[in-house]
Design a protein around this ligand. Structure first.
Ligand code: AMP
Length: 353
């Protein structure tokens, strides 16, 4: 049955949860990750310990699996292209390519007629100076690539000096960046949707997300938004899915403005932290739905059987565990990470109401 195996690139918690869902559907899973004791390896049938650009290792993964997916958006595009030539990889590499660069991502949103925050391309301090002049002196400098969970970002909250600008450029190692105007949003939401190989799209109910220091803290479902905004958010997501000829689960993050407008922040071509609650209140979680989509199984509407709040356990938050373990209607999910570090996602729990 080896040919029914699914390959996952990246063995973090998302890879681990995908592996759990795949196992439940009877698939074997082989993960490729350079870290020996990565969270997914603990429950996959095999673990190829190799770098993401190790072609010999990728070749082995392609030979031993029927389909390959990934759990993070910074999989090298060359890796995706290498695999595409040999096997099937979903979501398509184009989604990776676009989402890896905040500038191309914003340009792609624009091509799909999806509104984005005002932004300026920043290649040097002069660009930053000019952009801050236009933005009124405030905004967020974000590296175009490799920023996540608030990393590679510098916030300008009030008027800045030349020295501040130099420090900000240094802080991001003079990497190509964008400056984004601040959005004084009413709330943040994300659309989690899956598209099948036949083009069928199914949506999860929309969560409302709370971030602190750039990291997602909790997701509440349902979101406190009206149907018009929810429909609009789903419509924007559908445009992206079609334009990308997408297969798998996608997450699109939006700001809801105080006047009821909707602005796309970014999309992730993968399962997403803001969809973790689905394992607690839907028969088909985002992980199940992703595995169904990439393997050609039927997608179903992920009906929600309760209101809930998912909260991340970040760093020392794991100290809450003994208390949580004694509470009813709380689904706890830990990632098997041994070392607690500040800012590290150790697990999450979903409280069902
Ligand atoms: P990001 O890394 O782009 O997902 O940003 C992380 C979080 O920072 C977002 O979820 C927001 O809470 C906040 N944020 C990012 N960009 C902006 C913006 N342009 N205006 C206001 N808040 C933002």
């Amino acid at each position: 049955m080896e040919n029914l195996a699914i390959g996952i690139i990246g063995g973090g918690q998302l890879g681990r949860m995908l592996a759990m869902a795949a196992s439940r559907l009877g698939f074997k899973v082989i993960v490729l990750d350079p870290m020996v004791d990565c969270p997914a390896a603990q429950l996959c049938s095999d673990h190829i310990v190799a770098d993401y650009d190790d072609e010999a290792a990728l070749e082995v993964l392609a030979q031993r699996t029927r389909i390959i997916t990934y759990e993070f958006e910074n999989v090298p595009v060359a890796t995706a292209h290498f695999l595409e030539a040999k096997t099937t990889i979903f979501p398509p590499s184009r989604a990776l390519e676009i989402s890896q660069d905040r500038l191309t991502e914003k340009q792609f949103f624009a091509r799909c007629s999806i509104p984005t925050v005002p932004y300026w391309q920043i290649d040097n301090k002069q660009d930053l100076h000019a952009a801050l002049m236009e933005s009124g002196g405030t905004g967020i400098l974000k590296t175009r690539r490799l920023g996540y969970d608030g990393k590679g970002q510098h916030w300008f909250n009030s008027a800045v000096s030349e020295v501040d600008m130099s420090k900000a450029m240094e802080a991001i190692n003079h990497a190509p960046a964008i400056l984004e105007g601040f959005i004084d949003f009413a709330c943040e939401i994300s659309v989690l949707a899956a598209r099948s190989q036949k083009g069928v799209v199914e949506y999860f109910d929309i969560p409302q997300n709370i971030h602190r220091e750039g990291i997602l803290r909790c997701s509440q479902v349902p979101a406190s938004i009206d149907d018009i905004i929810a429909d609009q958010a789903r419509d924007y997501t559908q445009r992206l899915l079609e334009a990308l000829d997408y297969v798998g689960v996608i997450a699109v993050e939006f700001f809801v403005t105080k006047d009821g407008g909707l602005i796309a922040n970014e999309f992730a071509p993968r399962v997403h932290n803001s969809g973790h609650w689905s394992e607690a209140v839907c028969c088909v979680s985002q992980f199940d739905q992703h595995i169904r989509a990439i393997t050609g199984l039927t997608l179903v509407r992920p009906q929600r059987h309760g209101d809930c709040v998912m909260e991340n356990l970040i760093g020392e938050d794991v100290a809450k565990l003994p208390e949580l373990l004694g509470q009813e209607n709380v689904l706890i999910h830990l990632y098997g990470k041994h070392e607690v570090r500040a800012g590290r996602k150790m697990g999450h729990f979903t409280r069902i109401f």
